[in-house]
Structures are given as structure tokens and as C-alpha cells.
Ligand binder design. Structure first.
Ligand SMILES: Nc1ncnc2c1ncn2[C@@H]1O[C@H](COP(=O)(O)OP(=O)(O)OP(=O)(O)O)[C@@H](O)[C@H]1O
Ligand SMILES: [Mg+2]
Length: 256
């Protein structure tokens, strides 16, 4: 039976100003349940600001934002119950071991068997051997894996990952990509931000490009590629990369 696609996230006319700085100038997008959505933008574009609003850490100035069917402004506690956030900067407690970090979180979430939850996560994320070492001794990739594991304790329906692979080496990045793909296959909605075009290209079902306060382009990779008409016919027909599309859209805008 074909199930109806439902929206995990709906954002309409979202605006946010910090003092004089008008960061979000009417942002619109929707995220399908169980899909991977990538919000793409340069440094300072407003990606973290958007994530903070969607995860109820920051209030929007105007516009409507619903997450899992709940309005972030009027029902923030309902939103919080269905989501988890892995921020741009790791939330791991370095003094604790990997196992202790996970047990602590499982307790905070009032789960029935914290030790078992921790064991399962350690195994799933390949951290069993390092489980009893202080997180301070973990590599960047291990720390990111622990960070994502922590955010999955309690099985949230929607997971927000703010630049999950920034600063990781290529191998660790591929590991994180695998985790993200597995999450979506399991039905979790994944909202991620990235500055890496190839990351959006690799992972996302839907890509939205945030630039100068607005979504200037959005769609599947195939749809975005159509926005770039001048696919050059060289000896072989050249497919534009997302990077070329991004630069073309931005320069078109700036020439206007
Ligand atoms: N609390 C704040 N007060 C004032 N300005 C802020 C605040 N937080 C962010 N800004 C500004 O808002 C703009 C958007 O910031 P934001 O952190 O959302 O960008 P970003 O897309 O996440 O960038 P990055 O890729 O560097 O993480 C930036 O110019 C930033 O300096
Ligand atoms: Mg950011």
C-alpha cells in the first residue's frame, strides 16, 4: 500500500534579525518524513540560526515553523520530545568515558535500561573498544560518532545535524555519511547543514541553498542540475557539479 508522504518540517516566511542584522528574510521549505534534507550555505548564511529556531533554542521573529506537526513557538516542549540536535560544536563530556556519556544521557531521558542502551550504541557506532576511555582521548571522528550516538538515545523521529562533518578527515566523513544514510533508511528524518557541496550531493534527497537570507534554490540534485542550462558539450557531455550550480545561481543573483 502506498503511504501518504507527510511533512516532518514546514517553514514559511521565517524571519530573524539579530540587532540590526537581518539574517533570515523569509525562508520557506518543507522536509518529508524519513528523508535527508540538506541546508546548504556559506559561512554566516544563517544555517545555525535556522537550526536553532527549528530546535526551539531561538525564537523566530515572524513566519510559521512546525516540526513534527507542532508549532515551535506555541508547542516547544512537544517539538523537543520528537527531535534531537547534534550541534556544530560537540556536546560530549570529555571527562567522562564514551560509555559514561551514553549512560548519563539514557538516565536523563528516563530510559529503562541505561547500560544496555549504552552497550547497543557503542556497538552500533564501532566504539566498543574505546568505550572505557575518556572521551578527551578520542579522535575527531570518534568524538563525532559519539556525539551522534548521544543524540540518538531515546530514538528521536527527527535528527538535526549542524555541520556534522566539518573538520573531519575524508575517512571519518564517509563514516558519518554511512550513519546518516542508515538513519534515513530506518525512517528517521535527517535535517543537516553543510558547507560542502559534495556532502549535499552525496546524501540529500532534497537540497536547499540559503543565500542572503533566502532559499535561492531548492529541489533534488536532478532538479537543481536543470537550473544550470549551460551544461557544456565538450568531448563528452559534462554534467554540472553542485558547486557549479551554486556559483552560477549566486553570480546570476549578484549580477541583477
Ligand atoms: N547571537 C547572535 N548575535 C548577533 N549576531 C549573530 C548571533 N548569532 C549569529 N549571528 C550572526 O548571524 C549570521 C548568521 O550566523 P549563523 O551562525 O546562523 O551562520 P551559519 O550559516 O551557521 O555559518 P557557519 O557556516 O559559519 O556556521 C552571522 O553573520 C552571524 O555573525
Ligand atoms: Mg553554523
Amino acid at each position: 500500500m502506498k503511504t501518504m508522504q507527510t511533512k516532518s518540517i514546514q517553514v514559511k516566511g521565517l524571519q530573524k534579525t539579530y540587532k540590526q542584522l537581518h539574517v533570515l528574510k523569509g525562508v520557506d521549505f518543507e522536509v518529508e518524513q524519513g528523508s535527508i534534507f540538506a541546508l546548504l550555505g556559506s559561512n554566516g548564511a544563517g544555517k545555525t540560526t535556522t537550526v536553532k529556531i527549528l530546535t526551539t533554542l531561538l525564537k523566530p521573529d515572524s513566519g510559521s515553523v512546525t516540526v513534527n506537526g507542532f508549532d515551535v513557538t506555541s508547542k516547544p516542549e512537544h517539538v523537543r520530545q520528537s527531535i534531537s540536535l547534534t550541534g556544530q560544536f560537540a556536546a560530549v563530556d570529555e571527562v567522562l568515558t564514551g560509555r559514561e556519556n551514553l549512560i548519563m544521557l539514557a538516565r536523563l531521558r528516563h530510559l529503562p535500561n541505561p547500560r544496555q542502551v549504552a552497550d547497543d550504541m557503542l556497538k552500533r557506532f564501532g566504539l566498543t573498544d574505546a568505550a572505557d576511555r575518556k572521551a578527551a582521548t578520542y579522535s575527531g571522528g570518534m568524538r563525532r560518532r559519539l556525539d551522534i550516538a548521544l543524540s540518538l538515545v531515546g530514538q528521536p523521529q527527527i535528527i538535526f545535524l549542524d555541520e556534522p562533518t566539518t573538520g573531519l578527515d575524508p575517512e571519518a566523513r564517509i563514516e558519518v555519511w554511512k550513519i546518516v544514510e542508515e538513519l534515513a533508511e530506518g525512517g528517521t528524518t535527517v535535517f543537516l547543514t553543510t558547507q560542502y557541496l559534495e556532502e549535499a550531493e552525496q546524501l540529500a534527497d532534497q537540497i536547499a541553498i540559503l543565500h542572503e537570507g533566502k532559499i535561492i534554490a531548492s529541489g533534488t540534485l536532478q532538479e537543481l542540475k536543470k537550473l544550470f542550462p549551460s551544461a557544456k558539450v565538450e568531448y563528452v557531455e559534462k554534467q554540472p557539479t553542485l558547486e557549479e550550480i551554486f556559483l552560477a545561481i549566486i553570480s546570476k543573483k549578484e549580477a541583477m
